[in-house]
Design a protein around this ligand. Structure first.
Ligand SMILES: Nc1ncnc2c1ncn2[C@@H]1O[C@H](COP(=O)(O)OP(=O)(O)OP(=O)(O)O)[C@@H](O)[C@H]1O
Length: 307
C-alpha cells in the first residue's frame, strides 16, 4: 500500500499579513492514513487547504496525486473528497438533498441510503442543515466528503465534538475507506485517534513538520521511557543511580515502589537487576512503560497553551 506519495509538499510558505502560518513546510504522505497533529495555530488547516487547492501558497510546491491543486484543480477535484471544519453547506438545504446532489456530481458514488444509515443520519434526511445538531452536521460533512468514492480524502478534525458512538462510527468508516484503497489525510487533536487509525503521523509546530513516522516509531524514537519495579522500602537509590548511565533518574515514589527514567534498553534493565542482586533485593512487578503519542507530542511542541 505504501508506494508513491499521494501528497508531496515541499518548502510550503503561507503568510497572512505579518503572520507566517506555514513556514517552509515539507511533508510526504503515502497511501494509507496519515494523521496531521499540532497545537492550535500550528498551520495544519492552512497546509491541508493548500493541498485541497483552497489556499494559494506564497512559495513552495504542493502536489496531490501528482497534480498541482491550484493550477490543475479541474483534474484533481473529482479525485479527492474534502471535509472542512465548518461551512460549505447551504443552511436551508435538507441533509438528504445535499448528499444526493454531491453524489450526482460523481461517476460512481456510494449508495446514499446505506451511507446515511451507517453514519446515523437516517432519521434526519429531511431536516434542513441549520436544524441539524453539531454532531449531525459533522457527520453529513463526512458523508459528503466520501460519497463520491474519492481516491484521497482530507478530513479536518472529523470527530471534533462528536459523542463516543459517532466517533466510533467515524473511525470504522475511515478504516473501511483505507481497506477499499482510499488514502486519508486527517487532522486531529485526539492522540488516541491518531494512534488508533494512522499508518503515519506528522507533527506540525509553528508552521513546520517537527516529526513524522508511524505511531510506534514516534513513541520509540528519542522519547525517554520509564522502568518501574517494587522491592523492599528504603533502598539506596543514590547507589542505584551511580550504577546507571549518566542521564538516568531513579526515585522511590512511594515506600517500596521505584521508578527509573532514561533510555530504557536491555543493558539498563540488566544493570538494574544486577544492582538488585548485589543488594539482596528481589525486584517484583518489573515493567517498562513506553511513552504515548501524547507524551511525544508534548515533548516536541511544549506544554504551554497556544493562541
Ligand atoms: N485567513 C486567515 N487570515 C489570517 N490569519 C490566518 C488565516 N488562516 C489562518 N491564519 C493564522 O495562521 C495560523 C495557522 O492557522 P491554521 O488554521 O492553519 O492552524 P491550525 O494548526 O489548523 O490550528 P487549529 O488546531 O486551531 O485549527 C494561525 O495563527 C491563524 O490565526
Amino acid at each position: 500500500m505504501r508506494n508513491d506519495p499521494v501528497v508531496q509538499v515541499c518548502g510550503l510558505v503561507k503568510r497572512y499579513g505579518g503572520k507566517t502560518a506555514v513556514d517552509g513546510l515539507d511533508l510526504v504522505a503515502r497511501a494509507g492514513i496519515t494523521a496531521v497533529l499540532g497545537p492550535n495555530g500550528a498551520g495544519k488547516t492552512t497546509t491541508v487547504e493548500s493541498c485541497e487547492g483552497y489556499c494559494r501558497p506564497d512559495s513552495g510546491t504542493v502536489r496531490v496525486l501528482g497534480l498541482d491543486p491550484v493550477r490543475e484543480a479541474a483534474a484533481l477535484r473529482p479525485r479527492i473528497g474534502v471535509m472542512l471544519q465548518s461551512g460549505g453547506v447551504y443552511s436551508g438545504a435538507r441533509a438528504d438533498e445535499m448528499l444526493r446532489h454531491v453524489a450526482r456530481l460523481h461517476a460512481h458514488p456510494l449508495d446514499v441510503a446505506a451511507l446515511t444509515e451507517r453514519l446515523g443520519l437516517g432519521s434526519c434526511g429531511r431536516t434542513p442543515y441549520r436544524r441539524l445538531s453539531g454532531g449531525q452536521q459533522q457527520r453529513l460533512a463526512l458523508a459528503m466528503a466520501v460519497v463520491g468514492r474519492p481516491e484521497l480524502v482530507f478530513l479536518d478534525e472529523p470527530t471534533a465534538g462528536l459523542d463516543p458512538q459517532a466517533r466510533r462510527a467515524t473511525w470504522d468508516l475511515v478504516r473501511d475507506l483505507r481497506a477499499d484503497g482510499v488514502s486519508v489525510i486527517l487532522t486531529t487533536h485526539h492522540m488516541d485517534e491518531a494512534e488508533q487509525l494512522a499508518d503515519d503521523v506528522a507533527i506540525i509546530d509553528a508552521g513546520k513538520v517537527v516529526a513524522q513516522g508511524s505511531p510506534e516509531e514516534l513513541c520509540r524514537g528519542g522519547a525517554e521511557n520509564t522502568l518501574r519495579f517494587s522491592g523492599r522500602p528504603g533502598l539506596d537509590v543514590t547507589s542505584l543511580l551511580k550504577a546507571l548511565p549518566a542521564d538516568s533518574t531513579a526515585a522511590e515514589l512511594t515506600p517500596g515502589s521505584y521508578r527509573v527514567g532514561g533510555k530504557i534498553d536491555p543493558q539498563l534493565l540488566a544493570t538494574v537487576t544486577t544492582w538488585c542482586a548485589q543488594h539482596g533485593v528481589m525486584p517484583e512487578k518489573i515493567s517498562v512503560e513506553r511513552h504515548t503519542l501524547e507524551d511525544v507530542f508534548l515533548e516536541l511542541t511544549g506544554k504551554e497553551l497556544r493562541g
